[in-house]
Unconditional design. Structure first.
Length: 280
């Protein structure tokens, strides 16, 4: 029976274990693909809501849309932080030293990073548009304000005292109240998008570190394989050298043996010849 058959007989469950590991890995892959699909769908929904918010008129409509935006953003944050990221971390651990599995894990990681980049660009565009909208609206109720003054107000509009002072200085207090409330609502959206941007940057960095750590593990494993292969080759060379030395040693032992035999026979022949000669 071959050595492979003996090995299989020694561990009859080995093939089942390997099959189980592969099944678990591909199940994780499919789950992550589904999660990434949901993640991209949420990004699409967020983008649609943001477009509506930018075109909304009045603080009530903006506030209603912001609630939907906040809910969608919370779902995105939960999915990326508590579902996709930990699943990717687990997937990399499942890869072991299998380069094919590692490539699939890296492909999903790249898809996630692409989605994060798209979300960050959408949020940044929305943020800049909100700031400009707020600046324009402030200049409506305060036409004397320069662009810089309007931007400074928008940056500080979260401060209630600044908000009250702006209304007090306006000649059209009723209109000013409505417009400034809208500016305040947009300022809150700016703060939310800035917070989201910081979280996305952190997540992107963590994903880069995750791939880098996995690459380091594979580099170390490959180095160990190279060292083992080198040692094996050196061992084979030493075995060959030892075998050659042994062959040469046996050869010289046989030569020495026959030399000794010939010498002994010569001595014996000489002795016998001398004895026979003396008898004559």
């Amino acid at each position: 029976m071959s050595s492979q058959s003996n090995a299989a007989g020694a561990n009859p469950y080995q093939n089942y274990e390997l099959q189980g590991d592969s099944t678990d890995f591909f199940s994780q892959i499919q789950n992550l693909k589904d999660d990434l699909s949901d993640y991209n769908d949420l990004i699409d929904r967020l983008e649609r809501l943001q477009v509506k918010s930018l075109n909304a008129i009045g603080s009530e409509e903006i506030s209603s849309l912001q609630n939907q935006i906040d809910s969608t953003s919370a779902n995105l944050e939960d999915l990326q932080k508590n579902t996709i990221r930990p699943k990717l971390q687990k997937l990399y651990k499942t890869c072991g030293k299998d380069t094919d599995k590692q490539r699939q894990a890296e492909n999903l990681t790249q898809q996630f990073r692409t989605a994060i980049t798209r979300l960050a660009k959408i949020e940044d565009g929305y943020n800049q548009s909100n700031i400009q909208k707020a600046v324009d609206q402030y200049q409506i109720v305060n036409p004397q304000a320069s662009e810089d003054q309007a931007r400074q107000f928008v940056d500080q509009v979260g401060n209630q005292q600044v908000f009250d002072n702006a209304i007090a200085l306006s000649n059209r207090k009723g209109e000013a109240m409505t417009v400034l409330q809208e500016v305040q609502a947009r300022h809150q959206e700016v703060q939310r998008t800035e917070k989201m941007a910081a979280e996305l940057n952190q997540l992107f960095s963590e994903l880069q570190n995750l791939v880098f750590e996995q690459d380091e593990m594979f580099d170390l494993a490959n180095q160990n394989i190279d060292v083992a292969q080198d040692n094996l080759e050196r061992g084979d060379a030493n075995v060959i050298k030892a075998r050659d030395h042994a062959k040469k040693g046996r050869k010289w032992r046989w030569i020495l043996f026959w030399i000794i035999v010939i010498i002994i026979l010569a001595i014996v022949g000489g002795v016998v010849g001398g004895v026979l000669g003396s008898r004559k």
